[in-house]
Design a protein. Sequence first.
Length: 226
Amino acid sequence: MTMCNRKLAQTVEAGAIIFDLDGTLVDSVSDMTAEINKILVERELEPLLVKTTSKFLGDGMRSFAKRAFNLRGMNDLKDVLNTFVSRYRSSAHSLTTPYEGVKETLSALRERGWRISVCTNKDESIATAILKETGLLKYMDVVCGGDTVSFQKPDPRHLHAVVARADYGKLHKIMIGDNKNDFEAARGYEMSFAFANWGYGSLVDDNEAVILRRFIDILDFVDLPS
């Protein structure tokens, strides 16, 4: 299903859009890979390419790092995972940038009364810092990271936590993300979903998701002029 033939099933008043972070709002894999590679080089192991590590995103930072280190034969990971998270947290995230059209689209949505939040499996403090550094935090009502809830995507209870924190209960809600975890969480919640095709992930085969080709296509999806 593509943007050219699918919008919301019915016209709705401005509601709430809950975004994934990595691969949806921002391209962050280069920074994460850089921190992985520093550790690999320190251990005289071959660095990884971004096209390889981008496949490991979607389940949180520690899962990302574990998959990367396992690929280079590293199995005793307790200390090295903590090192990765600590270094990544304190880094400048200088390679992380919003995707094309993100700021303009978020601004247009806000002007039309849409509420916006982030639901990410990334640690909340790091996600919040990245949103601030990239100029996106001002558009957000809530940032709900995977380390501040008991259940992370694909568990729909992660979305329930966002809805509760942001008081979205009575609003029409849409989830937008680039990973099958986002789709499964939205399906479990029975929330409208659109797939960010510019990101890192993929969808499950039995999906009925709208596929967004560009970020600005969100405006067409919610039936606003782009």
